[in-house]
Design a binder for this molecule. Sequence first.
Ligand code: BDP
Length: 718
Amino acid sequence: MTKPRITSICLFLCLLFTGLKTMADDGYKLWLNYQPINDPLAQTYKTTLRNIVFPANSQTLRLAKKELLNGLKDMLNHLPQEQAAINNNTLVVSTLENIPSLNLAIDIKQLRLKEEGFMIKQTTVDGATILLIIGQNEIGTLYGIFHFLQLLQTHRPISHIDIKEEPHIKHRVLNHWDNLDGSVERGYAGHSLWNWHKLPDYIDQRYVDYARANASVGINGTVLTNVNANALTLTERYLEKAAALAEVFRPYGIKVYLTARFSAPLEIGGLNTADPLDSTVIQWWHEKIQEIYKHIPDFGGFLVKANSEGQPGPQNYGRDHAEGANVLAKALQPHGGIVMWRAFVYDDEVPDDRAKQAYSEFQPLDGEFAENVIVQVKNGAIDFQPREPFHPLFGAMPQTPLMMEFQLTQEYLGFATHLAYLGPLFEETLQSDTYSKGEQSYVYKVIEGSLDEQTLTAMAGVANIGSDRNWTGHPFGQANWYAYGKFAWNPNGSAAEIAANWIRLTFTNDQGFVKDVQQMMMESRETIVRYMTPLGLHHLMGWDHHYGPGPWIKDKARADWTSVYYHNADEQGIGFDRTSTGSNALSQYADPVRKKFEDLKTCPEEFILWFHHLPWTYQLRSGESLWEALCQHYDMGVQGVKDMQETWGKQRNKVDKQRFNQIDMLLSIQLKEAQWWRDACLAYFQSQAKKTYPKNTNPPLHPLNYYENLQFHYVPGI
Ligand code: BDP
């Protein structure tokens, strides 16, 4: 071959290679991005998967099979040979129940799997080496297929594989705060996915793709409507629409739930009360629930926000939360439905520390709820802040099933504009020790029911999904949906591992990329804490829309809707005293936890201003004064975003151009906003502390009144 020919071949290969990297990817495929495998492992995969035995005699199994074959075709350009008998190198896929019909010499009594579990195992049967994927039921089989495909996507070896996976939590649910008019409360990724106007007759392909994505991470329930509920949701017209969605989701193992407005008997039922102990009200709910089950035979149940932020509830009639929840629960019970009753309550009548109110109202009701009620508790006692200590209700209601509510939609973490991987936030909460039954009484054990022997278990994630082409607005928002599914499956999981897998599935298996991006993701939430609410500060955001900083917010209808209520900054000091000299919210924790937080020597500094009001001169462990440390944290936050930009900038040739640019632009916005948070907060706190800025801290770009006077219209999510 002549030299010029070699050069042009090289050039062609180079172009081909860079062409692949620069191809557009709009992110629609999420982590189900079945890229061709250019790795020596591909040959082993093909050999192991030469044949297939997969009797698919139901809709779920048929779609599991289709998923498998499509995945193999895309990744390996290979289709296994369909076989009736089992030979060497055969992939056998089956539900536990169907195994006997395959005439396999396997003792199925030894194969024990919990509901929706699966196993993937290489074994020898009658002299043939086969790979088995067995699901406890059809949905377990579908989960097994997704898991298997993810192993291939992440280039894991499959010889001698022996995996058993079972969900630790029964109901793994997304909460959509979607309104019937198509808007999404605190939604930053476009409109609602549900087109209520065109339903039930028009089925958008996105409904199917949504169900598939959820099933691929083990999510098995969806609450379609906003917790600030509209009674119309429960009218026949909307039930028909919800039923159409339920039909699409069913083969993917996803149950539909709805939010129930407590005053629905008044608003759509024509009654003159919604008192849960009134017999006409009891009858109304009974009939309404029967009607729902006619439309949706596997309806999951209700999610209820009652007597909170103006929502109606049993307290309007002098009844308590248990009396309210139990009426719905009784009517749902014969159908197998549950009530998820939210503990996110605070009342204008109670002038107490807002952080105490959920505990004060719910803890005394321990043991009063019907069997099919589970109390849904936010991760922290205030409201999805960038960092909160775990909610004191965890561990404090041993006779009541409690579920975790996380918020994926980043209402307080920069919307869909800031890169915030929430895995570390989930892990931090779930691994917190409640000490309710001595050491190692972790929150995750409360949630999975193992601590108090609860069998009704659940986790909720407030969805960050909308009509945006890439589902979550920020391409990294997808990681929070994915990680939520993984933590709901196993709340004892590892955020770092989940991040690494997500990166491989979504972008590339390039080791350098995985390492850099994993580190960037793992640090991202801490970076946000630093430039928004360091050292235990909380609730400092802009009024109502929650966009940007607003530490100066005061004089609103309720003190606990203002920032000054939470930070209490003045010339002397800053922080919320929740010790025994203050609101004593700490008394709601088990003693070892209370003591740890109460004692300044042991209180983790990331929570110090959450629990203590301290003078600006208070010396932190680093030797810095509180004022100096505050300035330093805000600076570190801004620097953290610059570091993310640098890390991302290095990945240009490793990802497609479209997502590279999107993320690059979003990081620039994030840097601007981080700087804005830092400058506005420092200008404000300096005006209170009346201290000079430390030597290495640059003063804010503008005077305080510049930040105070900024106004924003049409902020998304309201
Ligand atoms: C707050 C949101 C509000 C929700 C509320 C809730 O700002 O829009 O309705 O939580 O969880 O964080 O009910």
